[in-house]
Design a protein around this ligand. Sequence first.
Ligand code: GLU
Ligand code: ZN
Length: 281
Amino acid sequence: MAFITRFAPSPTGPLHLGHAYSAIFAHDMARAADGMFLLRIEDIDRGRCRPEWESQIYDDLGWLGLTWPLPVMRQSDRLADYSKALDRLWSRGLLYRCTCTRRDIETALSAPQEGAAPQFGPDGLIYPGSCRTAPIGQRTGEVLRLNMAAALENLTDLNFLETGSRHAGRIALTRESYLEGIGDIVIARRDMGTSYHLSVVLDDAAQGITHVVRGEDLFEATAIHVLLQRLLELPTPVYHHHALIRDDQGKRLAKRDDARALAKYRADGNSPADIRAMVGL
Ligand code: GLU
Ligand code: ZN
């Protein structure tokens, strides 16, 4: 079976030990399977991405001894594709405009008639649906949301194969888990023209990814990705969510822990083999 995986960092800061683990892990898996390891730059958040961080990614991964085919896919080059997918979903009546601020959402969720405490999904607070039928005037933070109930209407077989040790097996996703645990998520932000979820799904398909290897912090998001794959008639890769590496105290390494930047370990005289040893590979 073909094996094509990828490492998809965002150039919003330095790569740290957690990134090194994820990248080396995916690279090793691809090599063991006689497959391919691709790199993708997830730079849709123009306000936070910097060219110097992108250069640093190439530099750090190269130093670690990883190789990948060129050209590298960059999300900022793919906005036309994202927009086409949004048109498809929009024309099927699966999206709606939402003008709610975070505050509006919190207020709606705390209204007495709502009763239950606000629920959190993979994207934070589960949207109460205020704009679904009655769009309100222009305000900041305009986004396109997925009408989850409408999206689920003609879908069956929402499942995916997970090979990571923690959840290994065929994971079956239920209608209820989507409606109650995920809700009407944001599919595109006006300032980005897309969202993390939409881009990842379209890019994985465009790169022919057969195996997604990534940290288990993204396990919950996979349900969203599988749903979008079904809606857009794209294949679902096999998923492998690996454990997150922890520091000496057993604390999970934060994504933004610059003290553990790879560049710093390099500057301190560590070798790529030292990094492998440090992350337990
Ligand atoms: N860009 C994402 C991150 O850095 C990873 C996306 C993915 O692997 O699906 O967390
Ligand atoms: Zn709204």
